[in-house]
Design a binder for this molecule. Structure first.
Ligand code: FAD
Length: 474
């Protein structure tokens, strides 16, 4: 890399924040996509930044972006590096821009219950600070210990409370961001407006291609005074899905609704709550400020569950799940090499959701030879008025030794699973983003016209193709 660029970067952020040695760059060699981890472990990382720059202010970010334009060098924003689709990997080298130094809460509006928070703030730290004053961000991803606010927005993330409180796009009121040519833009921060199109949404889910998010104004809520738990077993999955649909169309809003299919109930949920669960199982939590209202809501949800054939299980199952909800994403429970793992998360309306479930799970099961002992645990964990999402987690305990063979197997699982889901009427993804893993399928999602529009936008906003070139299939 041009030494003049390194010198100029040093002038902007200081020598301590310009990392050029292999040891210093090593933490940026892979996000949490299985293949990125496997390739890095094999000594051939797909993320190969020439330099890592740690920024601590919006002005620094803008100056770095302008410099990258001047030198024609790619920039990839890096939050927590917890993405599972490969989006944050600097596969074309250049600058990785680590935002974690931008971690201040700039302003709390205790009247409007909003907060201006910088993009590099880790979700767990943000939530802890808010909880200390009786508030909550209500965005609870299982990766809360790593994921940043900016990365959650960049990947269109979601948390376990999304059914009541929404996905990240529902939490964000406005953004401060640096455009691909280095200008600082702030979008209007009001509940709703009619001042033209909403530029905030252009950046949400853009995975860095339309600029670097530096701060967000987000909604806050008061911590609930009461949480009520319910658990139900169903003889078949279809009845469980129908129960979930009826809850959602009735206007009831549990904060947690997770329906595990029989395999996931028996092999995943049962382990988390330490109780045998042979049937499809619904884990539900209602919460709120008024205990009596929470109890009424829980009672109404229970009525629907029973009317749809649900058999009440001990509520302690859901309470235990809530207490242990993150445990299973971390060692010693999280998969490690030489396993192969990954999640196909798709979303569909109620008209198609069951067909999507059957098509996806059957296609994946049929594609993996029996001797690989595929485990496919599937649950429906984010519910909407019009549909739900399917989270199908595939794991092969021991993959082939050869990296290329292992990747071929991984890619087969995703190809058949995603194609089956799309053909059955699903949308590619609910909350993990596109990244390198799903980029090959984006054109099937958007069609030629949609992809052309995306490319035109990218070209107009980023004439030098600086921001994450090649990502999102553009
Ligand atoms: C164990 C585990 C559990 C998980 N559970 C969940 C879950 O419950 N819900 C969920 O939604 N996801 C989950 N994920 C996936 C991941 O945590 C999310 O995608 C998260 O939003 C990524 O945040 P990050 O800060 O780590 O972003 P990164 O991985 O660093 O980046 C993700 C993308 O956003 C871009 N980006 C990062 N910061 C910015 C910025 N400031 N401006 C513009 N673009 C930016 C990057 O370039 C990249 O394209 C999980 C991952 C793991 C490993």
């Amino acid at each position: 890399m041009d030494s003049r660029l390194i010198e100029a970067l040093t002038q902007i952020v200081g020598a301590a924040n310009v990392l050029t040695t292999p040891e210093a760059k090593q933490p940026y060699a892979a996000d949490q996509w299985w293949y990125a981890i496997a390739a890095a472990a094999a000594g051939a990382p797909i993320s190969r930044p020439d330099v890592v720059v740690r920024a601590t202010s919006t002005e620094q970010v803008a100056a770095v972006v302008r410099l990258a334009n001047q030198y024609g060098v790619p920039i990839t924003p890096w939050g927590g590096g917890s993405g599972v689709q490969g989006a944050a990997n600097a596969d074309r080298g250049g600058i990785v821009l680590d935002l974690k130094g931008m971690n201040r809460v700039r302003h709390m509006d205790m009247k409007s219950l909003t907060c201006t928070v910088e993009a590099g703030k880790i979700c767990r730290d943000f939530e802890a600070e808010l909880n200390a004053v009786g508030l909550s961000f209500t965005h609870y991803p299982a990766s809360t210990e790593w994921a940043t606010i900016g990365g959650s927005i960049g990947a269109r993330g979601s948390g376990v409370l999304s059914t009541k409180y929404g996905k990240i796009e529902d939490h964000v009121l406005s953004l401060e961001f640096v455009t691909p040519t280095g200008e600082i833009v702030r979008t209007p921060s009001v509940p709703r407006h009619a001042a033209g199109p909403e530029l905030t949404q252009l950046l949400i889910g853009a995975e860095g291609i339309f600029g670097v998010i530096t701060a967000a104004v987000v909604k806050l809520r008061r911590l609930p005074a009461k949480r009520a738990f319910l658990a139900y077993a169903f003889k078949n999955l279809a009845d469980g899905v129908e129960a979930g649909r009826q809850v959602m169309v009735s206007g009831l809003r549990p904060s947690v609704m997770r329906l595990y299919d029989d395999y996931a109930a028996a092999h995943s949920l049962a382990r988390a709550v330490d109780m045998p669960l042979p049937d499809p199982t619904f884990v539900i939590m209602c919460d709120g400020e008024y205990p009596d209202l929470v109890e009424v809501e829980a009672a109404k949800v229970a009525e629907i569950m029973r009317a749809c054939g649900g058999a009440a299980l001990p509520a302690q199952i859901s309470a235990t799940w809530w207490e242990r909800r993150y445990v299973f994403y971390y060692p010693p429970y999280a998969p490690e090499l030489p396993s192969i793992w990954g999640t196909i998360d798709v979303v569909a309306d109620y008209e198609h959701i069951e067909a999507v479930y059957h098509a996806t799970t059957q296609a994946v099961r049929a594609a993996v030879p029996a001797h690989f002992n595929l485990s496919l645990t599937t649950h429906f964990s984010h519910w909407y008025e019009w549909g739900s999402m399917i989270y199908a987690r595939a794991k092969i305990p021991v993959g082939p030794d050869d990296l290329a063979e292992a990747k071929a197997l991984h890619d087969t699982i995703f190809r058949v699973g995603v194609q089956a889901a799309l053909e059955a009427g699903a949308v590619l993804n609910d909350h993990h983003g596109v990244g390198m893993r799903l980029a090959p399928y984006l054109s099937a999602q958007y069609a030629a016209e949609g992809m052309a529009l995306l490319r035109q936008l990218k070209q107009a906003l980023d004439p030098n193709n600086i921001m994450c070139p090649g990502k999102l299939g553009v």
